[in-house]
Design a protein around this ligand. Sequence first.
Ligand SMILES: [Fe+2]
Length: 433
Amino acid sequence: MTVATMADILDLIDRTHQQMMALIDDLSEEQIRVPYGKGINPPIWELGHSAYFYEYFLLRPLYGINPLMPGYDEVWDSFDIPHRERWSPGVVPEKAEVMGYYHRVLGEVIDRLSQNNDLSDEESYLGQYVVAHQQMHLESLIWCRQTLGYPAPSFATSSVHPLPEQEVNGDAVIPAGTYFIGVPPLEPGGKSLNFSFDNERPAFEMEIDTFSISKTLVSLGEFADFVEDGGYATPEWWSFGGNYWRRQTGREAPVYWEKRDGEWIVRRFDQAVPLDPDAPMLHLSFWEAEAFSQWAGRRLPTEFEWEIAARGPKALKFPWGNEPGKAPQVAMECCPPGTAPVTAYPEGISPFGCLQMIGTAWEWTTSQYLPYPGFCVDMYAYMSTLQFGDHKTTRGGSFATSVSLARNTYRQAVFPDRTDMFTGFRTCARSPK
Ligand SMILES: [Fe+2]
């Protein structure tokens, strides 16, 4: 989508709504009461919070609507409710009440947007903003399922994964030069014509030296070699932070890996399957990705190297071009999702020859999550400002990231010790080839 019209936004809202319902409706009463976990939220809270976001950032400021429910600001606003309290009985309303609120808000949003065929820049931008926020919560509902061993989403499908005609391996060499980073504003009405978050702006140019980056994500087979070589028991491969994490967690292998009768078994959602060496390595901390790179005699990319490798010399919006939806891997296309070979989907290849830069895994970079020079905060500080400084930046987008959200400039802030999200990595040569 280049220009977001009323029909575009209504369509986005509807698709996002259908997926959220699918993620909630197939959970039993017991499953929906999830145990406390640091990286997850109760699904009912995610539902109410998404609806509240529509109310707070769209209905109230644009259409002057008064708060719809007394006391809701304290329950659904992330700023106001500490994470642990989202599980407290009596704080978050029952499912039926939350569903009622959600449908009431969505109905109001659709009514208001439908009345105006010619959306103002502000309506178009805020419309995309609130639906993008709900899409982020779709992804967290999906990793919640992985965390708890629930089934993969019901809309995940199984399909054949095309492989390139010629074998893809080794590094792509990125020539030295000046490259574009970030999203340029467009005039007039720039924001609505090219939706982005505040942390992707303003754009700037960057000069870099030649570097080499792997054409493929690190696979389970490659990571298993590191594990089998005593990777977790060799402090030399780990940085100071990595060794601290290793001691704190006591990890001897990646989360969700288990050795049975001498074979590695990996859990994806509710299925524990023998390790497939061609599938992507997912669910690892920054420290594990860093240690693997050290062991392999390589290094992790910076977020700017990642972006340049994905965009190419013409600063594309997606690795495969400027139009979304061309890469089938941006979907829940394999069952369980995230298990297609790292060499699959040649049609999504980047201009420099890298595969699956969007649509399989978020990718760790060495970059601290920081504002670009000239950064201006948008209306929701939680999206970026509060996380600047102590997070790492991950790039790309996973199979659980919505198609309309993932793009080459999108930046995500993640604590380096997190293993629950759909994060993998690719590495760079220490010196260019
Ligand atoms: Fe949120």
